[in-house]
Design a protein around this ligand. Sequence first.
Ligand code: ZN
Length: 537
Amino acid sequence: MSLVNEIQAMNPVYNKWYMDDGGIVGDIELLQKVWDLIKSRGPELGLHLNASKCEWSWLNPECKLPCPIRNGNVDADQIKLVPHAEIQMLGVPLGSDHFVSDFVSKKLLGRLSATVDKLVDFEDSQAATYLLRVSYSIVRAVHFMRTVPLSQWVEQAKTFDSMVRKAIEDILGCPMSDLTFAQASLTPKLGGLGLRKTVEHADLAFFASWHESQLTAHETWTPRADQPKSYLPQKQASFNFDTSMHAYLVDQAPNDREAQRLRRSAQPHACGYITATPSSEDGYDTVMKPRIFRVAVLYRLGLAVIPEPIPCPLCEQPINVFGDHATCCAKSGDLIVRHNAIRNLVDNIAAHGMLAPVMEKKGILGPTSGRRPGDVSIPLWSQGKGLAIDVAVTSPLTLSSVRLPEPCEEYAVSQKHKKYDLSFEGTEYRHGVRDLGRDQRGRPGRAPLPLSLCSKAPRPRAQLVLRPRLGPPVLHPAAHGFPVDLDSHRWPRVPRAHARCSSCQRLGTHPHHCCLSHHPIHPHHLHDSPHCHDYRT
Ligand SMILES: [Zn+2]
């Protein structure tokens, strides 16, 4: 630092350092002085000049003179003369447009294509999608987005974006329309896959970086003509962009179902299965089988999961190509399997939080009532009262729900609270509904309250964070344990006829419910395996 200050005292035009990497602009005489200073004083501070790694450039592009500073007499030890058009600092190309675009091409696109191809070859679609998002998509380009004006590398940015688009299409095994990819490009929070396009976000990143650098440098710079006056951090600017894009997509939606799908995909935590690290370190709760993951993502993006509409093999109601009915068929044991899995999870979390939960508590509405509105009852919740939590599995995409702004709250009010609340008067319980299957937002003063209250519970009580989601669909009519002739119904996911449970070696859709008690929210048994988390097809 003292050395940097001493250089500054000579009044150079520019004197900036990043660690041991410095750039100084000044006249020849000044630079010679700086060179001598660093050479004589550097070593005692641990800074040893390596002339062959230093660069000299003339700011006058026409000047072709050699570097005026000599370092001994050996040619290999001389300072490298870099032409004006090829100047770069800290990995940022500053030279001619041609040089800049070449530079970005080489650094950004160079080996990426081969790496991304390898990703596409992954058998594990979930891991491939995850890696694409966190390691090989826009994050690769952020350095250039923040340091090089997009106008200098717009072609490379377009190539990069189409590479990412092709990769996700190949991983999911389905081509996407521009509108579908526009959704995939949104942040997962807003219903996308987090594969933002560099051409859409590069300017936002550059302007944010411009403001931040100006602040860091304690200088005042002249802004570009197209630059927004006020400063927005990159994260906020990109989120604002995505929010407008999401609104545009909802606006463009061809029907109510599509608009509702887009809105519900953007509910808090609906992206959980996209952003969770697919790791089996703590069990298999975040790991999805490739075809299940693909179907779940197609469902989220509003793409067909079966080739043509078919009647439900269980109740004869039509299943559209998006598989909507399969998520809420009342005949299928799926609904019960999922209800129970979520009920068990709630119970599990409450038990870990020492809340002494009781599942399916009998006689909650008095000794005479046979009704059991509390899937999980917590005897002492708050203000001396207990809490009865009711789990309901619904779908926001059914004909009756598709236009409702809050389909699940609506369901909770009309189906649950209306039915049970009066009966709870005078009991030791408050009644809350968790509409966990599809989506849910506990609003104070309105319908369901319970789990949102949990966050207020003092530790070590449970913090239940189950939230609304347009989650993976269940397209498995055999999930309740009796065999269905899947092949004849053209379900998109058909287990092999002689699949064996790797835990107990029993064939196919065996009836034991081990995982329901041990691994209550396991995605495999929720969405694929009938009963066992080790079930392999
Ligand atoms: Zn059905």
